[in-house]
Write a protein that binds this ligand. Sequence first.
Ligand code: CA
Length: 511
Amino acid sequence: MKDRAGKSTDLVRPNVLLIMTDQQRADSLGCAGHPAVRTPHIDGLAASGVRFDCAYTTHPTCTPSRGAIFTGRYPSSHGARMTGMILPESERMLPAVLREHGYETALFGKPHFAPMGDYADCPSREMRHLWNDGAHPIEGDYYGFENVVFFGGHGPGIWGHYRDWLRERDPAAERVIENASGDGGYMRAGAYEDGLADMFRSPLPAELHPTSALGEMVSDYLRRRHEKPFFLVASFSDPHHPFAPPSEYADRYDPGDMPIPVPPDSDGFRTFPPHFGSAYRGQSGMFSGGGHVDYSAIPPAATLRARALTCGMVELIDAAVGNILRTLDETGLRRSTVIVFCSDHGDFLGDHGFLYKGPMHWDGLTRVPFIWNLPGALREGVTESGVASTLDVTPTVLDLCGIPPEPGIEGISLAPYLRGQETYARDEALTENDDDYLGERLRTLVTGEWKITAYAGRPWGELYDRVNDPHETRNLWDDRAFRGPRDEMRLRLLDHLMRREDRLPVQRWYA
Ligand SMILES: [Ca+2]
């Protein structure tokens, strides 16, 4: 393989850097057409790599989606079907497999492979109270990662190794966070008149914010001497709510410059599954992640403020990515490092009147950024419009590293496509959702033309015409004129579900 300078590059065992964000929509990047956000470094990865414009998550919450990214198996196969469950340690995780093949493995940031809340009956090492008083329940050997620098939670109250870093950098700032966490005092200090309680300016300046800390820590790791190739994960906790970038980033974006969200259904969601309308009116209990929300009472100005603050968080992430990319250039590692950029799921951010996430699989929630980059070895400057899935991260990384696929993997390798050897093959993507806050069990299949969602044991469903109704405002499930495509998509969904059913354990003998 030759790089641009003509020097030969050993890409038999490339390094892999997986940059993940939490709850970032596909359309939140400049390279994806956002009219206001400034993301020059991530845009640069897309410009010199492959950006999948139509990539979907396997599940719209953290733990199931992350489990799928790191196993290549759907949540219903790896077992963590919903956030709030522990990803079974028996799963063959990508870092564990890479480690067995001579890779150094490190995770910086938020794993969320197990519950983060302080639940007495759940043996998770990620929960906040275990990290009190200087304790470090996770140092390494966590799901195959031999080095873990742990960040737990969201917003200014992030716990874990980040707190050690902050204390060392600025003890006074660490005390501010310590005192403010939990009582919301800092929220009042940085609140917006047109925002909700979870929309405020972080009390930390940009250079002390967890996003910047992560960029620095990953850069420090890259500057160390590496005897082996590495698999390095940089997992940002943002742009997840609370919407709380540092003030210099928060106030850079005018809510008036934000794209207007898709409006709520004018007919009160009557043609949608019943939980859409009741959830919108705040009659359905908790949203995923906690809290009771009457979405219908959220003023439009607040959703535009959420969008502006998200742009601030995303621009700060982009600056941290820029820091990491500069270090890769300075250390000469860039030409031997595959870079992957993705998020675990999106956020409605006001679309259809909703915020955050829930069992409504509209694109704002299920479609995610997905970029692969290694100039000289992989396709460059390509925007792929075919349907993609983050289920393919693990099989693709294994293939690019010359490692055979693990039994039980349900994703497919993008490596032949990324190397320019084959045309793009995937033509559909599945999103699961079990045991969400409404107790619904749903499966969504997306193709180039259609999106169908079926609900277990329910007579209703959803069908969207992706070509003529890209904002998914008209549910065609009960429309007689679309009976043909609905039946076709139901069969296609059934076939996909049957093909992907768990193939583990492997059959060894015939009797
Ligand atoms: Ca998440």
